[in-house]
Design a protein around this ligand. Structure first.
Ligand code: AMP
Length: 226
């Protein structure tokens, strides 16, 4: 927590498709701190069409990680912004052990302590089905799923009334398999790291979205009281 006792600094982690983004968006409403998705930051950069953007796009589309150097610079710049002064939810960062260690250094320099690293656990078979069926509203980013979360009115976003939707290019079977391999090799080592710091909280992410959100909220209430 901050010195003023406000806000939470949280890492949401877990394999691709475990629900980090969905849960981060719900949590942001409840604890009123910004949701920082490094994937979204990178997709925005990729869309600029710059040389760096093209390099990032090729890595994302292949299911590979962007270099620690690029992502760390991007994240540091983002958490300097005013809206992060009372906390944040990190979604998709850190994704390597060096990133986790730099995060530690950056936060220590600012007098901030991380409150929790929440690992959302979902088996691989479920992940594939979740990712291959997901899509989002072009206008507001609200996420949907072909089978599990359809808009109330076909073709119309529940949240903003938008009628155009998109699927991520990296949400295909081959790329997801590569993302899972990278998750195990590069990101998973951050889990024992957070555990060794007493920050790890594991949540079963296989239930309904609201049920998982409730579990996270209850666990965070305990952290907040400490
Ligand atoms: P996400 O939206 O979190 O699924 O991220 C989409 C893609 O962005 C990942 O598959 C990586 O290619 C890239 N990415 C996001 N966050 C990071 C990170 N912390 N380090 C390296 N690459 C990242």
């Amino acid at each position: 927590m901050n010195a003023n006792g406000l806000g939470l600094h949280i890492v949401l982690t877990g394999a691709p498709g475990c629900g980090k983004g969905t849960q981060a968006r719900l949590l942001r409403e409840r604890i009123a701190v910004p949701h920082l998705s490094t994937g979204e930051m990178l997709r925005e950069q990729a869309q600029t069409g710059s040389a760096l953007g093209r390099e990032i796009k090729a890595l994302i589309d292949g299911g590979n990680l962007v270099s620690d150097e690029i992502i760390i610079k991007m994240l540091e710049k983002r958490i300097e912004k005013d809206d992060c002064k009372n906390g944040f939810i990190l979604d998709g960062f850190p994704r390597t052990l060096p990133q986790a260690k730099v995060l530690d250094e950056v936060l220590t320099r600012r007098g901030i302590t991380l409150d929790a690293a929440i690992e959302i656990q979902v088996p691989d078979e479920i992940i594939m089905e979740r990712i291959l069926g997901r899509y989002a509203c072009m206008k507001c980013g609200q996420g949907y799923h072909d089978k599990y979360l359809k808009p109330k009115v076909y073709g119309v976003c529940d949240n903003c009334g938008g009628t155009e939707f998109y699927r991520r290019i990296d949400d295909n079977r081959t790329t997801v398999q590569n993302r899972l391999v990278n998750y195990r090799a590069l990101t998973y080592p951050t889990i024992p790291y957070f555990e060794s710091k007493g920050l790890l909280i594991c949540v079963d992410g296989t239930g309904a979205i609201e049920a998982v959100a409730k579990k996270i909220e209850n666990l965070l209430a305990v952290v907040h009281e400490k």
